[in-house]
Design a binder for this molecule. Structure first.
Ligand code: GDG
Length: 481
């Protein structure tokens, strides 16, 4: 890291304003140190709440009739407020509009969309309900909303008269106008997003697409990062999410490897082969199927040279598309294991149970190749965690999809960038990574770790909160939810 970068970094951290924040996301972390956390959002927000005294409001995981009181409890310096979402609208909101329409559309996979007009109503109803619950915390200095579940939540809060700065950070990508056009009520949705004072995106690609969508669908222009609508000003900015690299480096170098049963038995399972690792939610955006196919090609060319540890945590298991994907991935794993394995050696170790963060860090370090090949991804924290956990003297190599947000941070001199839909390209990159000379590995790794240290998860949240704090309430109209 250059001296100038280091200075920027210190300024970034020091400038975190001392404001009382309300954070809202669909799900909240379990806050149990022994419970593995799977999912980028929970992993990213927990340190913020623990350290800054924020209130974090989200679903309790239980459903209710809409009249249950908020369950408010302490966490670290902050508080957690759990909400029972109304049974009547939950499925239409969560499995329906959020995850069967918005999620595939935002990832530019329109063929995965399963539209239903009724679901949009449920999505709106849940957003209104959450806005009503958040009203309880209207005295907080600012409100930071997370993700595609709550695109119209800012408008709902404003209708209730909340006049504090409200920002939304979108963890997913944002698609081009022709894809957005296929989302039912897309104009109304985008209009309601302009109730936010600040809209945060992961990458320039997302920002450019959002700008193009505003132009095409609402006839509005973003100038100098600001869009002016009937409601007032909305700033659109990029906040590329990071990780805590020290935490992963520390976990990876601890002595856990020696005591942990899974990790110590891994060496035996490898039987001299190198290790590659994939860590994903079982989600069709993650490209796990193509990766497995590519891995079969590597094994055909270099038998018994490498083992893939694929950690695949079940996700959104009520949705048909996810059930299909799970079955598909499982059958591909069995096929490659049957074709290339023997009775006592399996080339793909397929794990569905979550690991602890410390275990994960050790597994990242043990792997010569990190394989991150989503079809499209907002950022992909696994790519960054893999890099942070490496041994500086003998680091592994990251094979990274061109279409992960992380590929805007890491270039081809650092990671091996691939098209995630081309198994041949992924296979060639895995082989190249597995056989790369140490000097080249070190050079690529150093460059990546410097970037991770220059903008950590703490800088990310401080940056967003600081920008949000700039939005003092001026004259603003309201946007109907
Ligand atoms: C969304 C966006 C964006 C996974 N398995 C285990 C485990 N994990 C943790 C990883 C990582 C997180 O889950 C996954 O984060 P990703 O970023 O890779 O993916 P999404 O869940 O899709 O996250 C994504 C992110 O939000 C943040 O903005 O980057 O683009 O889709 O932290 O380590 N953690 C533990 N055990 C596991 O078995 N402990």
């Amino acid at each position: 890291v250059s001296a100038a970068q280091q200075e920027d970094h210190l300024i970034e951290a020091a400038l975190q304003p001392n404001i009382e924040l309300l954070v809202i996301s669909n799900r909240i972390a379990t806050f149990d140190p022994l419970q593995p956390k799977t999912g980028g959002l929970a992993a990213a927000l927990e340190p913020l709440v623990e350290r800054s005294g924020a209130v974090w409001m989200g679903s309790s995981g239980k459903l209710g009739d809409g009249n249950e009181p908020l369950d408010i409890g302490p966490h670290g310096e902050g508080k957690v407020a759990k909400l029972d979402l109304p049974r009547e609208h939950y499925s239409g909101y969560y499995e329906g509009f959020a995850n069967s329409i918005l999620w595939p559309a935002l990832h530019s996979l329109p063929d995965r969309m399963a539209a239903s007009a009724k679901d949009y109503e449920s999505y709106r109803e849940i957003n209104k309900f959450v806005a009503g619950a958040a009203f309880h915390f209207r005295d907080r200095d600012a409100i930071w909303v997370h993700d595609y579940h709550f695109l119209p939540l800012g408008a709902g809060l404003q209708c209730l008269g909340v006049d504090k700065p409200i920002g939304l950070f979108l963890h997913t990508p944002w698609p081009a106008p022709d894809i957005m056009e296929r989302v039912p009520n897309h104009r109304e949705l985008m209009q309601s997003m302009l109730a936010y004072d600040l809209l945060g995106f992961q990458t320039n690609w997302d920002l450019d697409n959002f700008r193009a969508c505003l132009h095409t669908h609402l006839g509005l222009e973003v100038e100098h990062g600001i869009v002016i609508s009937a409601r007032g000003q909305t700033r659109c900015q990029k906040f590329p999410i990071g990780i805590d690299p020290n935490q992963f480096a520390q976990h990876a170098s601890e002595s856990l490897a020696k005591q942990d049963l899974y990790i110590s038995s891994l060496q035996k399972k490898l039987n001299g082969a190198k290790l590659a690792i994939g860590v994903d939610r079982l989600d069709y955006t993650k490209g796990i199927d193509v990766r497995i196919e590519a891995f079969g090609q590597v094994l055909a060319a270099e038998p018994r040279s490498i083992v893939l540890l694929q950690i695949a945590n079940p996700s959104r298991t009520e949705i048909e598309a996810y059930k299909d994907y799970k079955r598909n991935v499982e059958s591909l794993v069995s096929r490659v294991n049957d074709e290339h394995g023997t009775d006592e050696w399996r080339p793909i170790l397929y794990e569905n149970d979550p690991f602890t963060r410390a275990q994960l860090a050790c597994l990242y370090r043990a792997a010569r190749v990190g394989v991150v090949t989503p079809l499209r991804d907002g950022m992909n924290l696994v790519a960054k965690e893999y890099v942070a956990a490496q041994d500086p003297n003998d680091p592994g190599v990251l094979v990274l999809s061109k279409f992960a947000g992380a590929a805007e941070d890491f270039d081809q001199n650092e990671a091996l960038l691939v098209d995630p839909t081309h198994p041949d390209e992924i296979a060639a990159a895995i082989s190249k990574a597995a056989n790369m000379p140490r000097e080249e590995r070190i050079q690529r790794w150093r460059s990546m770790i410097n970037k991770l240290e220059a903008y950590t998860i703490h800088d990310w949240s401080a940056h967003f909160v600081r920008e949000l704090d700039k939005s003092r309430v001026g004259a603003r109209g309201t946007v109907p939810i």
